[in-house]
Design a protein around this ligand. Structure first.
Ligand code: C2E
Ligand code: CA
Ligand code: CA
Ligand code: CA
Length: 275
């Protein structure tokens, strides 16, 4: 449940306090990380629960730090967002993901999803640069999706406009960590939304009446705005079975596959996740 907005903020506070000495270090190292090519992108698949085939892949950035080893995004994305380095990192992840999506062009219906920070989304030049990147790679826009959080949309009056332009390119839009932010449902209907991603905190609550009701509510909402539903953070077979019964379209999580190098992308559900 470390993914909820408030808990992430608490995590952030504590972590920044404990690591205040290292923060400047991380910031400095992060600048070099870009120049020294230390960032890499892993990919985690999501599977269509009806046909049990891969249908989405999420790009997740990592940092191979020379001294600290593999560092996860929760340790450096907040620093990158504060320092503005997120723009260069975001461009890098997008470029890598677009290249990779092009290599996967033979896999029918496969779409690669990239997490986009609020700072990237408030940049009015972002859609044009994205269009140019797709053009250069020759990637059909429908092979790419961007994931944004509710708070990214709540904080900026023209974010909807930017999203609209990205959507007009043919790039799909997902609302990430759905249900953990502060945006109103009314606000949600103003944005072009193709996919709602059910936060893993809700998935982990399945098995309780409250958890099931929440996911059922999200599915109903998604149907009303004609969006697909992806559930993430699936770790157990009962969770997967419950999600399928509730009408969720696709799922990802450690039960199905961990994020990995692109060479290791599995195409079908593993045997232990057959339901
Ligand atoms: P997210 O977008 O919600 O991504 C899902 C996170 O859940 C990933 O953590 C993933 O490794 C993890 N996860 C997947 N399956 C399971 C599971 O079954 N159980 C549990 N407990 N966790 C699971 P990761 O890779 O550490 O990324 C954390 C966050 O960092 C992401 O959360 C996203 O907000 C951010 N992030 C990652 N890559 C990027 C990026 O390229 N750009 C930006 N702006 N943010 C990124
Ligand atoms: Ca995401
Ligand atoms: Ca998420
Ligand atoms: Ca089956």
């Amino acid at each position: 449940a470390k993914d909820t907005g408030r808990e992430r903020a608490v995590w952030f506070d504590e972590q920044m306090h404990v690591e205040s000495v290292h923060r400047v270090e991380i910031e400095n190292d992060l600048r070099h990380a870009l120049d020294r090519d230390e960032l890499l992108v892993e990919y985690q698949p999501a599977f269509d629960l009806r046909v049990e085939q891969i249908c989405h892949v999420e790009a997740l950035v990592r940092w191979r730090h020379p001294a600290r080893g593999l560092v996860g995004p929760q340790e450096f994305i907040p620093v990158a967002e504060e320092t503005g380095l997120i723009h260069r990192i975001g461009e890098l992840v997008l470029a890598r993901a677009i290249e990779q999506a092009d290599r996967w062009a033979h896999i029918a219906e496969l779409r690669v999803w990239v997490n986009v920070s609020p700072q990237q989304l408030v940049d009015r030049e972002f859609p044009a640069r994205l269009a140019a990147q797709l053009d250069r790679a020759g990637l059909p826009a429908h092979r790419l999706g961007i994931e944004v959080t509710e708070s990214a949309l709540a904080g900026c009056s023209w974010a909807g406009e930017v999203l609209e332009r990205i959507h007009d390119l043919g790039v799909a839009i997902a609302i990430d960590d759905f249900g953990t932010g502060y945006s109103s449902l009314a606000r949600l209907s103003e944005f072009p939304v193709d996919v709602i991603k059910v936060d893993k905190s809700f998935v982990h609550d399945l098995g309780t009446a409250r958890g099931e009701a929440l996911v059922a509510g999200i599915v109903t909402l998604a149907r009303a705005i004609e969006a697909h539903v992806i559930a993430e953070g699936v770790e157990t077979l009962p969770q997967l079975t419950a999600l399928s019964a509730l009408g969720v379209d696709s799922a990802s999580g450690y039960l199905l596959a961990r994020p990995s190098a692109p060479e290791h992308l599995p195409m079908t559900l593993p045997a232990e996740a057959s339901f």
